[in-house]
Design a protein around this ligand. Structure first.
Ligand SMILES: [Cu+2]
Length: 464
């Protein structure tokens, strides 16, 4: 129906900006080194086991995850985007040090791409790494319905011989017949607690897919957590692996046996593959679930003697005494200490905020959002975001347009200082997120448990 009205619109010449838009019915074609088209549209995909019915979803180019966009560092990424949904949407390029006007945030950086309209995203890609793109309008619904995909930025001139595999993990809430559980979208129970947790985990849109791998002895696996709210912990049948990048940014490699990935985070690992392959399990619930099976292709059993290593450049932290401190107290939610908060100029009791406005979370006593400014910072200053999680829940805090340094306490031993764009904060944790404010614009800082963001856990840092 929408498709038809769009095409009629084209015929009647009513869509002024279609000159930059490529017809949505085309299969994905890479038009140049970094030129793609994306369409947000209604589609059907089977998420359950083989033979189960297809679920009604909202998808980019009809696939889940959306098409993998692979570009090379230094490229300009051009995406002709068309909205074939019946509600406004925008795309956010998660983790990219983007131009502010291409960041895709409602009421802040971009007007809506309305139904039947198009928009061309165009920006330089300055860092190699593992990124993703997703809807940022009503993200709690649009991402839950399937609007996301991987964005891989490769280093130029890298031919390490190491297999490169991207695994996109999602946590869907499905009914017994494997349809999306639509009734519970927007459930205040979810919004006030952990967010929308699912009951069905997919890798690359499938239930326990077989992932083919050539018989090389080293593979780089890029894990992306696209879930609305669930942090996932993965292991590879107890095999040891090396973590080489977090949120797209190379880190000093360290050995691990399992890895936790919060919503929106990415982890790149190097793992040795033998001829038997291995299974990937999610273990955070205490009941391991096999989510993918990595299988060596029998047609290629020659194990390469790769002494090759990826030559990733790890940035080093420079302590800077002249930091601009910004204190942020995260408040609210179930079992929290927030009795009232400011919202639209008035202090209101939490119950009223929840019942009448679907607002439950706050920064420093104010319900947050795109109109809530946390700080104004001069371009080039080093910022120390001193964030206190005064709630009873973990939160995956994401800063747009920048990566920040944070002390990372997982895996025991000495804490590691790493660059991330999303940091999982535990209840009562205090963290310092430090970054050079070198990207001008209005940048969102928010919880990536998408229901928490929608219910008030977000604010803006203005850099100029
Ligand atoms: Cu949160």
């Amino acid at each position: 129906m929408l498709r038809r009205s769009f095409l009629q619109g084209v015929a009647a010449g009513t869509l002024v900006s279609t000159s930059t838009f490529i017809k949505p019915s085309l299969a994905l074609t890479q038009l140049g080194q970094s030129h793609f088209e994306l369409v947000a549209e209604i589609g059907k995909r089977a998420l359950g086991p083989v033979g189960t019915s297809q679920a009604d979803l909202w998808l980019y180019k009809g696939t889940t995850p959306g098409p993998m966009l692979t570009v090379t560092k230094g490229d300009e990424l051009i995406v002709n985007f068309f909205n074939n949904l019946d509600q406004p949407t925008r795309i956010h390029w998660h983790g990219i040090r983007n131009l502010n006007e291409m960041d895709g945030v409602p009421d802040l950086t971009q007007v809506a791409v309305d139904p039947g309209e198009d928009f061309t995203y165009r920006f330089p890609v300055r860092d190699a790494g593992t990124f993703w793109y997703h809807a940022h309008s009503k993200a709690w619904e649009q991402v839950a319905r399937g609007l996301y995909g991987p964005l891989i930025v490769r280093e130029p001139d890298t031919n390490s011989g190491i297999e490169d595999i991207t695994l996109v993990a999602d946590d869907w809430r499905l009914t017994e017949d494997y349809q999306l559980h639509e009734e519970s979208l927007g459930s205040m129970m979810d919004w006030s607690h952990q967010g929308r947790l699912g009951n069905w985990l997919t890798i690359n849109g499938q239930s326990n897919p077989a992932i083919p791998i050539k018989a090389k002895n080293l593979a780089r696996i890029r894990l992306i957590n696209t879930a609305n709210a669930r942090s996932m912990t993965f292991e590879f049948e107890g095999k040891k692996f090396e973590v080489i990048a977090l949120d797209g940014e190379p880190c000093s490699p360290f050995v691990a046996f399992e890895i936790t990935i919060a919503p929106a985070q990415r982890v790149d690992i190097l793992i040795t593959t033998d001829l038997n392959g291995f299974r990937l399990s999610e273990i955070s619930t205490g009941t391991p679930v096999i989510v993918a099976t990595v299988k060596v292709q029998t047609s290629d059993v020659s194990v390469l003697n790769t002494s090759n290593r990826l030559n990733l450049q790890v940035k080093t932290f420079r302590s800077n005494l002249e930091m601009v401190d910004i204190d942020i107290h995260m408040q609210g939610g179930a079992m929290g200490n927030l009795a009232s908060a400011f919202f639209e100029g008035e202090e209101r009791p939490l119950q009223e905020l929840a019942m009448e406005h679907s607002k439950l979370w706050a920064f420093d006593g104010s319900i947050g959002g795109s109109a809530h400014f946390l700080a104004e910072v001069d371009l080039g200053k080093t910022v120390n975001l001193r964030v206190c999680n005064d709630t009873s829940w973990p939160h995956a805090m994401h800063l747009h347009g920048h990566h920040f340094w944070v002390k990372f306490y997982e895996f025991g031993g000495e804490p590691k200082r790493v660059l991330r764009d999303t940091y999982l904060m535990q209840p009562n944790e205090r963290a310092e997120l430090q970054f050079v404010a070198d990207n001008p614009g209005l940048w969102l800082f928010h919880c990536h448990m998408l229901e928490h963001h929608a219910a008030g856990m977000g604010g803006v840092i203005a850099i100029s």
